[in-house]
Design a protein around this ligand. Structure first.
Ligand code: DAK
Length: 262
């Protein structure tokens, strides 16, 4: 795949490394606020990457903002029926159904729907000056795409309640300490660090990365027993793959594996 086939208005797409796709939110004038079109473009790009055999995607913003939330201008006059009929819910479902790992590389503001988008990725790498929060309460609404759910799972009830109810922001260091963020790096090296991590994952057996993503995602929606069952089945399944033989033989023969995704 040399480049993505669609043209987008609100995101930039690129292939910075072999098998690694990048999506950069590109609405700097509104701090990358997420309107329906932007969300739709993100999902279309992800689906295109997925279909083309890209193994990992980096989703990022710019130095000032990953995304400052849903687009308030686009929502201010909306009625309940507009919100219910809006495509966003279906778009979020499609985002959650993407099977390849997505790394959120976050600098600057990561707020509201922006934080929900980052949390819906597989993990977050944050620049040290990033700011996180669910400030919907400040504009008399509530999180709508996982803020009360995923933030609570990451931070625990007390902290999630504190930040959703006060609308205050928290720092990258706090996000890291509390487990929301996987890795914290100097802001100026964010993309470079994300690429190093993406390259590492892209070199793994592709079907194993998908199965691991499936297992970890399922841990949010299932009992421990059901999750363990799924995980065990997926583990067994890898023994039907050539890549499992290749991976284990490469280890024993002290050489790099050559994965085929089969
Ligand atoms: N929407 C639209 N425009 C925004 C924006 C946003 N969320 N955030 C910032 N902007 C615009 C500002 O209006 C300003 O535009 P101009 O005045 O230049 O025309 C420009 O970006 C620069 O912003 P500021 O001048 O405010 O910049 P500062 O550095 O002073 O402040 C800030 C940065 C991030 C602290 C501030 O901009 C801010 O508080 N922004 C709003 C943050 C916020 O409240 N976010 C939550 C939005 S509600 C759902 C899915 C998701 C959601 C809901 C439903 N479904 C699936 C149903 C999510 C809801 C939300 O996220």
């Amino acid at each position: 795949m040399s480049k993505i086939n669609k043209t987008f208005e609100n995101i930039l797409t690129s292939l910075p490394l072999e098998s690694v796709g990048m999506i950069q939110l590109n609405r700097p004038k509104v701090l990358n606020a997420l309107d329906t079109q932007t969300l739709h473009e993100i999902v279309l790009a992800l689906e295109e990457y997925e279909n083309a055999g890209i193994r990992v995607v980096i989703l990022t913003g710019n130095d000032k903002a990953f995304a400052a939330g849903a687009d308030i201008k686009a929502m201010v006059e909306a009625k309940v029926s507009d919100q219910i009929n809006d495509l966003r819910e279906r778009i979020w479902k499609r985002f959650n159904g993407i099977s390849i790992p997505i790394i959120a590389a976050v600098n600057g503001f990561c707020l509201g729907g922006g934080n929900e988008l980052a949390m819906a990725c597989d993990f977050i790498i944050a620049g040290d000056s990033a700011r996180f929060g669910q400030p919907e309460i400040n504009i008399a609404t509530t999180p709508g795409a996982g803020g009360t759910q995923r933030l609570t799972r990451a931070l625990g009830k007390s902290r999630a309640s504190y930040y959703c109810l006060t609308g205050e922001m928290f720092s990258a260091a706090e996000a890291y300490e509390w487990g929301l963020v996987a890795k914290i790096v100097p802001a100026r090296t964010l993309i470079q660090e994300a690429k190093v991590t993406a390259k590492k994952i892209a070199a793994k057996a592709p079907l194993s990365t998908r199965l691991i993503k499936e297992g970890i995602t399922a841990s949010f929606n299932s009992t421990l027993e059901d999750g363990l069952k799924l995980e065990r089945r997926n583990f067994y399944l890898t023994f039907a793959l050539e890549d499992q033989k290749e991976g284990m033989n490469a280890f024993l023969e002290k050489r790099e594996p050559n994965y085929k995704g089969e």
